[in-house]
Design a protein around this ligand. Structure first.
Ligand code: 3PG
Ligand code: CO
Length: 554
């Protein structure tokens, strides 16, 4: 049984108001013109770094430090916020799926056996992000699943692809589609009827999140389930190449398409009796589709037809909602998060971001758990994001509104912790628009200023950090760190996250004079932040938490 009571910190007082600020997509990298944080005017973040060397440091935010398979895996918001909130490092979806595939356990568990019932007489549909980014899904896992399912009786397989260009280079979808179509051709040569059935760009088709825009999911539904889309092609490679020819087209925003046969009929709508697997392991951008596929009662858009299917997620995406009810691999069981401990020790908590990152500071922070631990002590505020635009058009996003809400919460003195995510560096960084990302970074810095000023007014403490890198490096580089050029001599824009460490700064009038960063945890990562914050609230973290990064010198 969990003992929720935390021990008192021997030296640090209770009752200080703490602002925890997570800058999304804000890493530390060498200063050059592709480092938008460096190019932007960011006086507040600069002064945190330069004016208090004992209270500014870097922490690891990628790879094994956040539970990913290898140190070549860039960080992402899911694993970053999980680590920040949980204070421990959990093997994450990418790794759990790798292990289940390697051992073959995936084929023995309930989820696979459930969908297998459909193999003899019906189609197996696989829907997900076609990418090797390792953030939401991985192509090699899809390839193994195709092989495994076909060896275990799947006779007719349809793949519904979403093109990436966000976690990987724009344009890479062509190569992924070629690889996938070759695999499907191999399966056909073995007598299995396997084809791509539909597709579309992830940001325009299917992979919305936090209910920002259900139209995105509907476009996918029409193509995947109903077999209806504005564009029809004979193959996925042809579709992607053609659709990319349109002015300003990119992988993230390709319009939906269906693959049709000689007679113009879609090759793979989802029908009664079929099996469906959404092969993304990451939750945030799959739960909306999961609801549409699973819920009998559903009013987010007109599904037109609701096929009776056997549906399984690669993982269960929401443990509270038990969504979906069938899944191939069990998600990491993240328990006893810092949020839950602090609530149980009376820390009144306020959390806020705009829609596109709201679940990050709530759901991911709390170990993939939705809702409040104790609604009397908590308030979560979501500021509606602009929808239907790409964020380079509106690079300031809702940074100032988030800043304002945080200030109100701080000045109200009704809370002990005020936690926000400021999304600009990440969301605008993903568009690959360097000028807009510079504007985004300045807006984020302005929001930090507002929060730090409010903290000053109430005599509180601030903790400023980030979940992973993005805006600090906007170009693909060779091993020596030099920008890579494409065949036309243009630099290759990097829309994805990075492997860079992120800053961690503490300060404010409420911070006891002797507090500084320890020198003996040089490899500290995001998971060390939870124990650090617990200390600042006047508590000692549980024993199994990653160690605190601060010490108090007398
Ligand atoms: C996305 O989902 O937008 C990207 O794949 C990852 O971004 P995030 O991890 O910062 O949310
Ligand atoms: Co991101």
């Amino acid at each position: 049984k969990t003992t929720w009571k935390l021990a008192d910190h021997p030296k640090l007082p209770k009752g200080k108001m703490i602002a925890v600020v997570v800058l999304d997509g804000w890493g530390e990298a060498s200063p050059d013109k592709y480092n938008c944080i460096h190019v932007a005017q960011t006086p507040v973040m600069d002064s945190l770094k330069n004016s208090a060397p004992d209270r500014w440091r870097l922490v690891r935010a990628h790879g094994t430090a956040v539970g990913l398979p290898t140190d070549d895996d860039m960080g992402n918001s899911e694993v970053g916020h999980n680590a920040l909130g949980a204070g421990r490092i959990y093997a994450q979806g990418a790794k759990l799926v790798d292990l289940a595939l390697a051992s073959g356990k995936i084929y023995e568990d309930e989820g696979f056996n459930y969908i297998k019932e459909s193999f003899a007489n019906n189609t197996l549909h696989l829907i997900g992000l076609m990418s090797d980014g390792g953030v939401h899904s991985r192509l090699d896992q899809l390839q193994l699943l195709l092989k495994g399912a076909s060896e275990r009786g799947a006779k007719k397989i349809r793949v519904h692809v979403l093109t990436d260009g966000r976690d990987v280079m724009d344009g890479s979808s062509v190569g992924f589609a070629e690889t996938l179509e070759k695999d499907l051709a191999d399966l056909r040569s073995k007598g299995i009827d396997a084809e791509v059935a539909s597709g579309g760009g992830r940001m325009y088709v299917t992979m919305d999140r936090y209910e920002n825009d259900w139209e995105v999911v509907k476009r996918g539904w029409d193509a995947q389930v109903l077999g209806e889309a504005p564009h029809k092609f004979k193959s996925a490679v042809e579709a992607i190449k053609k659709l990319r020819e349109a002015p300003n087209a990119n992988d993230q925003y390709l319009p939906p398409f269906v693959i049709v046969d000689e007679s113009g009929k879609p090759v793979g709508p989802i029908m009664d009796g079929d099996a469906v697997v959404t092969f993304n392991f990451r939750a945030d951008r799959m739960t909306m589709l999961a609801q549409a596929l699973e819920y009998e009662k559903f009013d987010k858009f007109d599904r037109v037809r609701f096929p009776k299917i056997r549906y399984a997620g690669m993982l269960q995406y929401d443990g509270e909602l038990k969504l979906p009810s069938h899944y191939l691999v069990s998600p990491p069981l993240i328990e006893r998060t810092s949020g839950e401990y602090l609530i149980n020790n009376g820390i009144r908590t306020f959390a806020c971001s705009e829609t596109v990152k709201f679940g990050h500071v709530t759901f991911f922070w709390n170990g993939n758990r939705s809702g409040y631990f104790n609604s009397e002590l908590e308030e979560y505020v979501e500021i509606p994001s602009d929808s239907g635009i790409t964020f380079n058009v509106q690079p300031k996003m809702k940074a100032l509104e988030i800043g304002e809400k945080a200030c109100e919460a701080i000045l109200s003195r009704k809370f002990d912790q005020v936690r926000v995510n400021i999304p600009n560096g990440d969301m605008v960084g993903h568009t690959g628009d360097i000028e807009a990302t510079v504007v985004a970074c300045k807006a984020a810095d302005d929001a930090v200023k507002m929060i730090l000023d409010a903290i000053k007014e109430v005599g509180g403490i601030y903790v400023v950090t980030a979940d992973h890198g993005n805006a600090e490096d906007m170009v693909k580089r060779n091993k020596k760190g030099e920008p890579l050029l494409d065949k036309d001599g243009k630099v290759q824009i990097l829309t994805s996250h990075t492997l860079q460490p992120v800053p961690l700064a503490i300060g404010g009038p409420g911070l006891a004079a002797g507090v500084k960063f320890r020198k003996d945890v040089p490899n500290g990562g995001l998971a060390n932040v939870a124990a650090t914050v617990m200390n600042l609230h006047g508590f000692v973290a549980p024993d199994d938490y990653e160690t605190t990064l601060i010490e108090v010198v007398d």
